[in-house]
Design a protein around this ligand. Structure first.
Ligand SMILES: [Zn+2]
Length: 306
């Protein structure tokens, strides 16, 4: 039976899942700091080197799995749905205006499908949830806040591939926190790992990681709890806005920060209930992902078949 590679690309590593249908057969993690690699290269060399690096790694794995006939890639960045050209990747400087699917496909001689990483994770969660007809919203809490919407059985990406950029919904108008997107007060500046670190720094003038702050919060540290409370509240404000537009009741929360959901949940629930229009209150089903980090790989692999 044919196999598929599903690749989930992150800033400091990428993971390759070998799938038989929806079943994960094997997975590989490649430590590679792509952000750093891009920063070190001349901008005009970034695209070439990225393609060469992925070609080398995938070719190596294909020797072990010659039955692989398609490769799906969840890649951070804005991908134009009509041309498949990646316009920009905010965390991979210099990488722009490149058709990764075509370049990799030509090198590997296989079908390659490239989708935005959050959309791929959303599709993976959608498959794991049994493909609900009402669709699904995915929110990925990591270094940033990613969003994906599965609607009518496929990722809804919009005209320019930027639909569901939920992390850039403004929850603090004229807020002091400058976002990478150019605006101020985006939810990503409050509800991501870096956002929690900023909140804690503002309260204590100490620079800790979100993970360290979570550990402190679990010992009852007031400021650490407040930083996570603010994350939960900001996330709920954003989701209430999104639900007023979309009314898609299945929401899956994933990403590394979802492990600290217990620290955000009470503030999140209270705020969501207050901000939703009354008819939607109590009707939004929030689920913390139990797929670990498989959803992104699965979604990427399954999008090659859709
Ligand atoms: Zn932003």
């Amino acid at each position: 039976m044919a196999l598929t590679f599903g690749i989930d690309v992150g800033g400091t590593n990428f993971r390759v899942g070998v799938f038989q249908g929806e079943k994960l057969v094997e997975q590989y993690r490649v430590e590679k700091n792509l952000s750093l690699m891009c920063k070190k290269l001349l901008p005009e060399h970034v695209g070439f080197e990225i393609i060469r690096m992925f070609t080398d790694k995938i070719t190596f794995l294909m020797k072990k799995y010659p039955e692989v006939d398609a490769i799906g890639v969840g890649f951070p960045g804005f991908i134009d749905p009509a041309t498949h050209i990646l316009a920009q990747s905010p965390n991979l400087p210099g990488l722009k205006n490149i058709n990764i699917a075509k370049e990799l496909g030509d090198q590997l001689g296989k079908k390659v499908v490239v989708e935005n990483d959050a959309n791929a994770a959303a599709y993976g969660e959608y498959c794991l949830a049994g493909k609900p007809v009402t669709g699904l919203i995915y929110l990925g809490l990591g270094t940033g806040v990613g969003g994906g919407l599965i609607y009518a059985g496929k990722p809804f990406v919009g005209q320019h591939g930027t639909a569901m950029e939920a992390g850039h919904i403004i929850v603090e108008p004229n807020g002091s926190r400058q976002c990478g997107c150019g605006n101020r007060g985006c939810v990503e500046q409050y509800a991501s790992a870096s956002g929690v670190a900023i909140s804690y720094d503002e309260l204590t003038h100490q620079k800790l990681t979100a993970h360290e702050i979570a550990t402190l919060a679990r010992t009852g540290d007031e400021h650490a709890l407040k930083a996570y409370h603010q994350a939960g509240e900001s996330l709920a404000m954003m989701l209430a806005h999104v639900q007023k537009v979309l009314d898609v009741p299945n929401v899956v929360i994933g990403g590394g920060m979802s492990q600290a959901w217990d620290l955000m949940q009470a503030a999140f629930n209270a705020r969501l209930d207050a901000d939703l229009i009354p008819v939607l209150r109590g009707k939004i089903h929030i689920k913390v992902s139990d797929a670990g980090d498989i959803a992104g790989m699965l979604g990427a692999a399954m999008l090659t078949l859709s």
